[in-house]
Design a protein around this ligand. Sequence first.
Ligand code: CA2
Length: 144
Amino acid sequence: MKTVYLLNGPNLNLLGKRQPEIYGHETLADVVQSCTTTASALGLGLYAFQSNHEGAIIDKIHEARDKAAGIVINPGAFTHTSVAILDALNAFEGPVIEVHISNVHKRETFRHHSYVSLRAEGVIAGLGTEGYLAAVRRLAMLLA
Ligand code: CA2
């Protein structure tokens, strides 16, 4: 069975606990559960990881080179700053879908640029936590 990695960056451990007007009421555990169910229905395994540390996310992307067929990633604020995460994703061979819960293009201009988008097959923004499910479905299509 192919496995997809669901990676979340800094502060996303607070999902559902703060700023629900921007990020909604679902917790990260809720998101992981619904993505696991969706992946399973599509014949995929799912491994989820969240970290507030850039290097830990990079290590997980390296691990994914051997263990994952595809990656769904919400890099959080590292989206807008991290050439290192882009470089790590460029060393991963499978499809990558970038997810943002909020519509970053409706927010501050510093959120409009993403290093990760230079690598991603697809970018989802502003669909709330449903965006993660859309990303898992898209990966299933790309991996079929
Ligand atoms: O919209 C997104 O998913 C973001 O990736 C979220 C990042 C932000 O820096 C990006 O520009 C867009 C921030 C994640 C913070 O998550 C929180 C969740 C709940 C409460 C507080 C923060």
